[in-house]
Design a protein around this ligand. Structure first.
Ligand code: C2E
Ligand code: CA
Ligand code: CA
Length: 883
């Protein structure tokens, strides 16, 4: 801010300083000239006084020489010569002390002493004193001249000093005039006194010379002096005196006369009047000429004063102008500060506050138009920001509609862009809210039926089970549609979806408003009823559900018959968990299905025991996988011609740490209910690959794979990867799949099997004849080998079926293997029927790889080869070698 005041101020001061400096210098020089003038006047006076002293001293001497009594002279002329001499001497003393000639005091005293010692008898002393006086006076005169030159020099350097120089020239002339007058006066006296000889003539010459000099000075002064010059006035006064004219006359007379004859001493008395007249005229002229010098001195003083005053007033003028300039500058600065700086400051402060988030303030819109514009723009921006801050606050509070419908008048350009941003924000917030609601709904609801999903249903069940206020039983009904898969397969997924939606709505009306209905996934539904008074009520609800589902459904003009099985679990205040109840209901529905479908089964004690056993088994199986408790046993498959081993089947055994060797029948089916079977299959595939790799000359190994694994994503990889890892030819592996596991998801199973076959892996259909038993399927299945189930090998009445299978296999170029071959007779029958390969105890029991070999068994068929475990749950192969 100070900058605004400072610049002009500094400029003014700088300029003023220069001017004042000049003026002050001039004033200083004027003061110096004044001093010089003062000294000059002093020296001139000294010189004049010394001349007076000399002249009066001469007069005193002359009077005493002529015998005149000075008192008488005084009486007659009015001039006290001695007194005048002493006065002049005192004046000389006074002036010489302060002058440059102060050191000459002694010399002056000597001169005076000589003049005093004047003896009438020795005239020479008179001239001696006069000479010394004159010598001294001339020295002072020279000093005066030198100082005058110096002074004129100095004065010339100062501008506007014409007046001073003029005054000085007049002063010089006056001084010169003064000296000339005084000298002329003395010379006139001397002439009249008739100084003898040379002196007399000298005196006349001197008088003439001094008169000429005086008249020259007079004309100079008259020429250059102004009319108001004191010196000129004084000179005019002088010229009116009779004495000066008389000097002139004397000089002229004497010159015309060719010299004067000195008045002889004896004639003095006669010519006393004439003498006294000359004396008093000279005296008057000297006094008057001194007045001219004094006047000229005062003229110089006046000129110097005027100069000094001018210098001073010049300095003052400059100083005043500087001060005015400074005031103007300061004033201007204040104006600037008021007009620009302050509004700018306010603008800056406002901007800063806005930056700090203070949107409430408004910047005063004053000052120059640009600042006003900026302030208005900022105010508009802040009011927009403020407005939208309220809106974003509203958004933050979730009041989206308040923002969307808000009033946005007076928003400006910035406001519009912010408005757009806020709108986008509001939109995305409401979109987000909608999405969240949707996601929340989707997270808890089933998209197809809009029923609560598995998770929400479990949450519901958990809440019901955990409720401390429940009075009765909580019942969970697991509803599983029967044969739903065939609807999907035969009528398409669209029809399946329609069926599921219809079932969902029927479930809702069947169970009543108080019950919870959810979809667990696929064709599985759940119903939760809180506070069921008795288990019978739950069963009744289950039966109502089955009835409702059984009503035929019309899908695209086709009437579809559905049925359902229901498993029920009641908590009975057992403190059972929701998850466990769901599992119990699941097991119950499984039992219901096993018992023939379309029925309700309640989970009872026996089922719970089975569930516990399963849970234990599951954890043991996991441990078995981790602890490598499984063993891969091999059973040979022989070619019907020559009965040599053509391949081997891998059959898993579990070396249980407590229960000994556990057969697959005791855990495979259980494992197939979960993904455990996939881990077991992988283990077998890996071990088979390892065995094949260790025995490069050995025959192929057939591995049983479960349906769950077959249709899983990793299946092809799980088969191939171990072979690649052990560098085993894929053609040395046969995968055995059951007819039903392929048909469950024919598309995916066929795809996976095709992939494997392309890689060289062979595919066998296991247990053929036990499933759909339709030969027409064979056409569609990507298989190489058909394994006729051992029930047909055993059964004599199945020969026609075996024959048909063989014939079809011939047409399709498939290999037929018969399982469960236990005796020679069976071998013969099967050979006659055209079966290609044979497998059974007759050729060898499953054995650990090291012992597995074709025995070309002569052992009698039907021998006891299985031993029942104490519980009857575990069957153990009794290796033939040990038997
Ligand atoms: P499967 O695939 O039909 O296997 C043949 C079963 O018949 C084997 O029982 C075998 O020991 C038995 N067997 C063989 N020859 C005769 C015979 O002459 N007479 C009689 N009575 N039985 C004979 P195992 O080993 O107990 O296997 C039972 C089932 O367990 C197998 O039936 C198969 O379905 C399954 N299984 C066995 N090992 C595995 C495996 O590693 N993975 C999978 N997923 N399942 C396996
Ligand atoms: Ca098999
Ligand atoms: Ca089989």
């Amino acid at each position: 801010m100070l900058v605004f005041a400072g610049v002009p101020l500094a400029a003014g001061v700088a300029f003023g300083y220069q001017e004042i400096d000049g003026a002050l210098a001039e004033r200083t020089e004027a003061a110096q000239i004044q001093e010089q003038v003062d000294e000059l006047i002093q020296l001139t006076e000294l010189r004049a006084s010394l001349i007076d002293e000399r002249n009066y001293a001469s007069a005193v001497t002359a009077l005493s020489l002529t015998g005149f009594d000075p008192g008488l002279v005084n009486l007659v002329t009015g001039v006290d010569v001695e007194n005048e001499r002493d006065g002049s001497a005192a004046r000389v003393d006074e002036l010489i002390v302060d002058s440059a000639f102060a050191p000459e005091m002694d010399r002056l005293q000597e001169i005076r002493a000589i003049a005093d010692a004047f003896d009438i008898l020795d005239e020479s002393d008179l001239s001696e004193a006069g000479r010394l006086y004159t010598e001294f006076e001339l020295e002072i005169g020279a000093a005066v001249d030198a100082r005058l030159d110096e002074l004129l020099d100095d004065a010339g350097r100062i501008s506007s000093t014409g007046e001073l120089i003029n005054a000085l020239r007049i002063f010089t002339a006056a001084t010169s005039f003064r000296a000339a007058t005084s000298n002329a006066s003395t010379a006139a006296l001397a002439t009249y006194f008739g100084l003898p000889g040379l002196e007399g003539r000298t005196a006349v010459a001197e008088l003439t010379g001094e008169m000429y000099r005086a008249s020259r000075d007079v004309s100079l002064i008259r020429r250059i002096a102004d009319a108001d010059s004191a010196a000129l006035n004084q000179l005019e006064t002088f010229l009116e005196l009779p004495s000066f004219e008389r000097f002139g006359t004397v000089a002229t007379d004497i010159t015309n006369a060719g010299g004067v004859e000195p008045i002889a001493l004896e004639d003095v008395t006669d010519r006393i009047d004439e003498l006294l007249a000359v004396f008093s005229d000279g005296n008057a002229a000297v006094a008057s000429s001194f007045d001219v010098v004094t006047a000229a001195g005062s003229d110089v003083d006046g000129a110097v004063d005027a100069l000094r005053e001018r210098a001073q007033s010049g300095a003052m003028r400059v100083a005043i102008s500087v001060i005015i300039g400074a005031l103007v500058a300061i004033g201007l600065s204040f104006v600037l500060i008021r007009v620009i700086v302050r509004p700018l400051d306010r603008l800056a402060e406002g901007a800063q506050r806005i930056r700090d988030g203070d949107l409430d303030q408004r910047i005063p819109d004053d000052g120059p138009v640009e600042i006003r514009g900026a302030a208005l723009a900022l105010n508009e921006a802040t009011s927009s920001l403020e407005h939208f801050r309220h809106q974003t606050d509203a958004l933050a509070r979730g009041e989206v509609s308040a923002v969307v419908d808000g009033d946005d008048s007076q928003v400006g350009a910035l406001g519009e862009s912010i408005r757009a941003a806020v709108d986008t924000l509001a939109e995305s917030i409401s979109a987000r809210d909608e999405l969240r609601e949707q996601l929340l709904h989707e997270a808890s609801h089933d998209g197809l039926t809009q029923l609560a999903n598995r998770r929400a249903s479990l949450d519901k069940l958990r809440a019901a089970v955990a409720s401390p206020w429940k009075r009765g039983n909580t019942a969970v009904l697991f509803v599983d549609l029967d044969g739903f898969k065939s609807i999907n397969d035969h009528h398409g997924h669209r029809a399946g979806d329609v069926a599921l939606r219809i079932v969902a709505s029927r479930l809702g009306s069947a169970v009543g408003a108080d019950a919870h209905v959810g979809r667990l996934g696929g064709d599985e539904f759940i119903v939760i009823i809180e506070e069921v008074p008795t288990p019978a009520v739950a069963v009744q609800v289950g039966e109502r559900i089955i009835e409702a589902v059984c009503v035929p459904i019309d899908v695209a003009g086709t009437s579809l018959a559905l049925s359902a099985s229901v498993g029920v679990s009641l908590d009975d205040g057992r403190g059972v968990t929701a998850q466990a109840m769901l599992h119990e209901a699941d097991v119950a529905v499984y039992e219901a299905k096993r018992a023939g479908s379309g029925i309700v089964r309640v989970c009872d004690e026996a089922m719970r025991t089975e569930i516990e056993r399963s849970a234990r088994l599951e954890s043991e199986l996991r441990r078995a996988l981790r602890s490598d408790e499984f063993e891969l046993w091999l059973q040979p498959v022989v070619d019907v011609d020559g009965l040599v081993e053509s391949s081997r089947e891998a059959l898993i055994r579990w070396r249980h740490p407590e229960r000994g060797l556990v057969m697959p029948g005791d855990f495979i089916e259980f494992a197939e209910r979960s993904d455990l079977i996939i881990d077991i299959d992988r283990w077998v595939l890996l071990d088979a690959a390892r065995v094949l790799a260790a025995d490069p000359g050995g025959t192929s190994i057939a591995v049983n794979v479960s349906g769950r694994h077959l249709t899983s994503e990793s299946f092809v990889h799980d088969v191939i990867a171990p072979l690649r890892a052990h560098d085993v030819d894929p053609s040395r592996i046969i995968v055995e799949v059951t007819e039903s596991s392929v048909l469950d998801d024919l598309g995916r199973a066929a795809d996976h099997l095709d992939q494997l076959r392309e890689l060289g892996v062979l595919v066998a259909i296991d247990d053929f004849g036990t499933g759909y038993a339709s030969l027409s399927y064979l056409r569609q299945l990507p298989v190489d080998i058909i394994k006729i189930d051992r029930s047909f090998t055993r059964d004599e009445g199945s020969q026609s079926l075996v024959s048909m299978v063989v014939e079809t296999a011939r047409l399709l170029d498939l290999t037929v293997t018969a399982e469960g071959v236990e005796d020679e007779q069976q071998v013969e029958t099967l050979r006659r029927l055209g079966v290609d390969r044979l497998q059974g105890y007759h050729f060898g029991r499953p054995r650990p790889p090291a012992q597995a070999q074709v025995t070309a068994d002569s052992r009698p068929a039907g021998s006891v080869d299985t031993l029942l475990a104490p519980e009857g749950a575990v069957a153990i192969d009794a290796p033939v070698a040990r038997g």
